[in-house]
Design a protein around this ligand. Structure first.
Ligand code: KG4
Ligand code: ZN
Length: 360
C-alpha cells in the first residue's frame, strides 16, 4: 500500500510518499522561512500564496523521487486542520483533485495526529502510549489510546512552548523561527549556572497538581530582563546567557509536567508487560536540551523514549502520509466534500480550559 501525504498548514509546502512498511520513498519539504523572516513571523496570506505557487511542483517532485506514478497510489492524504486556513485549503484541494482524477481514497488528516503517529512510523510502537506534543501552536500531554482515540490530560492555558521560544527570540532580536536560533545561541553559553543565576525565570503552574502549562509569563519575564539591562543595546553576551536560561527553564517546565503525566499514565493504564512508550513530537522536540531531559525522565519511569529524527520533527508530508496509511489500513477514508477545520482538537471530549482557546 502506498500513500501520498500533503502538508501545507503553516509555512512548509511538503509532500511525501510512504508505504505501509513505513518506508519513506520520498520526502520533499519546501520551507518559506526566508519569505517570512523579514516580518518576524508567518504571514498567513503570504504563506497561502506561496503554497499555491509551489504545491504542484512539490507534489510532482515527491512522486518522481519515489520513482512511482500517480496510478501506483492507493490513497492520498492531506492536512485538513488545525492550521492557517488558506494554506490548509490549498493542500486539501490538491489532494482531493488527485483522489478524484485517479479514483483513489482521500484522507483528511489532523496535523496533530500526524505528529503523534510519527512515533509509530519510525519506531513501530504500540498503543497505548503517552505523548508530549510541543509545537508552535500547541503544548499538550495526551494519551494515545488507539488510532483516532486521544485523551488530553494537559494543555497550555496561554502560549505554546514554541510560541514562547519564538516571541522571546524576537524580544532579544534573534531571527525567526526563535526555537532553533535560541538553541544555537544557548550552545555558546560556557557557564549555565551563571546564566540561570543572572537571569532567573519563573516556573508558572509548577505547584498546580495537574498536567497543564502556562508560558506567557515566561515571555514577559524575558522582556523584563531585557528592559532592565543597563541603558544601551542588548549585548550578544547577554543574549547568549538569556537564551540559555530560557531553554533550561522551558525544558524544566516540560519535564516537570511530563513526569506527572507519566505517573498518571502508569497508574491508570498499567501494569504493562513491557515498558510503555513516552513520545515527544512537534517542532520543539528538535531541541536537544529538552530531548535529553525528557529521555532521562522516561528512563526513571521505566518508559521507552521516542523522539522523531530531526528530518521528521518539523512539519512534513511523511507524517501525513503515514497517518493516512494507518486510517486506510483501518478501513477508513473521507468523502470529497470533507471540510477543512482551522480548529480541530485531538480530544474533542476534553474539558475546555479557561483561557486555553485554540490551544485546548
Ligand atoms: O511543529 P512545527 O514545525 O509547526 C507547528 O505545527 O507549529 O513547530 C514549529 C515550532 C516553532 O515555534 C519553532 O520555533 C519550534 O517549533 N522549534 C524549536 C526548535 N526547532 C523548531 N524550538 C526549540 N528548539 C528547536 N531546536
Ligand atoms: Zn506541526
Amino acid at each position: 500500500m502506498i500513500v501520498l501525504g500533503i502538508e501545507t498548514s503553516c509555512d512548509e509546502t511538503a509532500a511525501s510518499v510512504v508505504n505501509d512498511k513505513g518506508h519513506i520513498l520520498s520526502n520533499i519539504v519546501l520551507s518559506q522561512l526566508k519569505t517570512h523572516r523579514v516580518y518576524g513571523g508567518v504571514v498567513p496570506e503570504i504563506a497561502a500564496r506561496e503554497h499555491l505557487e509551489h504545491i504542484d511542483k512539490v507534489i510532482a517532485a515527491a512522486i518522481e523521487d519515489a520513482n512511482i506514478t500517480f496510478s501506483d497510489l492507493d490513497g492520498v492524504a492531506a492536512t485538513c486542520g488545525p492550521g492557517l486556513i488558506g494554506g490548509v485549503m490549498i493542500g486539501m484541494m490538491s489532494a482531493k483533485a488527485i483522489a478524484g482524477i485517479h479514483n483513489i481514497p482521500f484522507l483528511g488528516i489532523n496535523h496533530l495526529e500526524g505528529h503523534v503517529l510519527t512515533a509509530r512510523l519510525v519506531d513501530k510502537i504500540k498503543f497505548p502510549f503517552l505523548v508530549l506534543l510541543v509545537s508552535g501552536g500547541h503544548t499538550q500531554l495526551l494519551i494515545a489510546e488507539s488510532l483516532g482515540q486521544y485523551r488530553r490530560i494537559g494543555t497550555t492555558l496561554d502560549d505554546a512552548a514554541g510560541e514562547c521560544f519564538d516571541k522571546s527570540a524576537k524580544l532579544m532580536g534573534l531571527p525567526y523561527p526563535g526555537g532553533p536560533n535560541i538553541e544555537k545561541t544557548a550552545l555558546e553559553c560556557l557557564n549555565k549556572d551563571a546564566a540561570i543565576e543572572r537571569f532567573p525565570l519563573p516556573s508558572p503552574m509548577k505547584d498546580k497538581k495537574n498536567c497543564d502549562f502556562s508560558f506567557s509569563g515566561l515571555k514577559t519575564a524575558v522582556r523584563l530582563h531585557v528592559d532592565n539591562l543597563p541603558a544601551g543595546d542588548l549585548e550578544y553576551s547577554d543574549i547568549i546567557q538569556l537564551s540559555c536560561a530560557l531553554e533550561v527553564k522551558i525544558a524544566e517546565i516540560l519535564a516537570n509536567k511530563s513526569g506527572r503525566a507519566m505517573d498518571q499514565f502508569i497508574e491508570s493504564y498499567g501494569p504493562f508487560k513491557t515498558s510503555p512508550a513516552f513520545v515527544v513530537c512537534g517542532g520543539v522536540s528538535a531541541n536537544q536540551t529538552i530531548r535529553q531531559q525528557l529521555q532521562n525522565l522516561a528512563l526513571e519511569h521505566d518508559m521507552t523514549f521516542h523522539a522523531p529524527p530531526l528530518s521528521l520533527s518539523g512539519d512534513n508530508g511523511a507524517m501525513i502520509a503515514w497517518a493516512g496509511l494507518e486510517h486506510l489500513k483501518n478501513g477508513q477514508h473521507d468523502p470529497l466534500d470533507f471540510q477543512a477545520r482551522p480548529r480541530w482538537p485531538l480530544d474533542p471530549e476534553g474539558s475546555p480550559r479557561h483561557g486555553a482557546g485554540i490551544k485546548a
